[in-house]
Design a protein around this ligand. Sequence first.
Ligand code: NI
Length: 138
Amino acid sequence: MSSLYRFGISLEQDLIKDFDSHIRKQNYRNRSEAIRDLIREALVRKQWEGKDEVAGAITMSYDHHKRTLVNRLMEIQHDFQPSIISSQHVHLDHHNCLEIIAVKGRASEIQKLADALKANTGVKHVTLSMSTTGRILK
Ligand code: NI
């Protein structure tokens, strides 16, 4: 475990008042944990802009009755197989499916995969949740 490093921050009073109110609503017990999370978020965002290995999830909903769509989505996932850890398919109703694809790999490849899935007629919504492998972050 890494050792703690303490430092002071100078902020305008209004800013810290707003910050305290914001983190209270998010159930933080103290400023340190909230600031740690802000730093982690910035570092994870940087990982997604660079060549680091990242992890996350693609969530998509689609109408499986659209002709050839299911095959096309399957082909795309096989093309990007090295970036896919697992996937879960949920039948929402008679028409709609929800698929959650866990991903790990180079950020640019994962973004390409999400874009390729999104571009198909019958795909109603795609989100990419950008997270981290956690290796660099404490
Ligand atoms: Ni289904």
